[in-house]
Design a protein around this ligand. Sequence first.
Ligand code: PLP
Length: 381
Amino acid sequence: MTYLDNGATSFPKAPGVGAAVAAYLEHVGVNINRSTYGPANDAAMAVLDVRAALKELFAFPGRETHVLFTPGATWGLNQILRGFLRPGDHVLVSSLEHNAVMRPLTELAEAGITFTRIPADRQGITRPGDVAPLLRGNTRLILVSHASNVCGTVFPLEETAALCREKGIPLAVDAAQTAGHLPIDFGALGLAALCVPGHKGLLGPQGIGALLLREDFAAQLRPICTGGTGSASDSEVQPPYLPDRFESGTQNIPGILGLGRGAAFVKETGVPALERHERERTAQFLEGLKGLPVRLAGLPDIRGRVGVISLDFPQMDNAEAAYRLESEFGVLTRCGLHCAPSAHRTLGTFPQGTVRFSLGWANTPADVDAALIGIRSICGR
Ligand SMILES: Cc1ncc(COP(=O)(O)O)c(C=O)c1O
């Protein structure tokens, strides 16, 4: 099997992730921040270390307390949108957003919260100059996907971050497809919030993610879930301090420790080295597509993109193409709309969607060759 579905979730995970999860479940297993016996304290310290590792990985200038654990990127995005916006507010989002952003926003429209999509062209490119003219007096937030999960095109983050700093508008970033793939410097960008999944480029298990919050932004967020935190138990009011304010209930401790192992691997390997690896495989893939009768949705070379490659097969249904790639060549892809109809409308691949090949840290040149041989064959070449 050739696994090319790293955009959905990475596989294989980093070495030691499974062992870290298993060791906790089989040999420790306790809760944290509740009881005060030794193993509970040790586990709490191990969880703190993971916050510190994420703080370092994303050059987060705030305190570890503001590195929150979430069940994934979706939860963090919901926390930002539902916890920050008020009736009458306006939000700018990119044209390539995932439904983790668009579905909450569509729901929030009923509460009088409006949004505008920043336009992008048929390759998913947003011109930085197109953002400022869309700002309104009531624009309270800009939230963008760092790179599209459909075509891999990277959003002009530096320019937008500069605009946000100048105008004093919080910028929140969905780094679902870039955390662990591209360097992200929270402090230099001056972000308000960064949402990352633990199970994609950070190479951890499913069901864990992180939300990094600038202190002044966190102070304006209402938690979308409240409950027991193991702290201030004399009070029926949610504690004001972080991380407790946003981490009610028993946390996913095995997931956090697995994520810790994944993040440590990403740090040891180095994000620039992981990026280089992905660019080499992406370049090989894009080169091999030249002259084939498929439509590439997105950029034709490695500039301005990550290793998410979407193809529309004009001669057959994309579902059939994905099925044949798996059944005849053992190549695992994802076909359809990838939870991002807005991106497909932008790229001109709605409603048929695409077959998505998404590369990861463990993919070899032979993996890319396997995909190209399969694509050529089903195209009759
Ligand atoms: C761009 C983007 N945003 C958000 C998400 C949701 O992430 P999670 O599955 O961790 O909730 C994904 C996952 O596919 C994604 O690609």
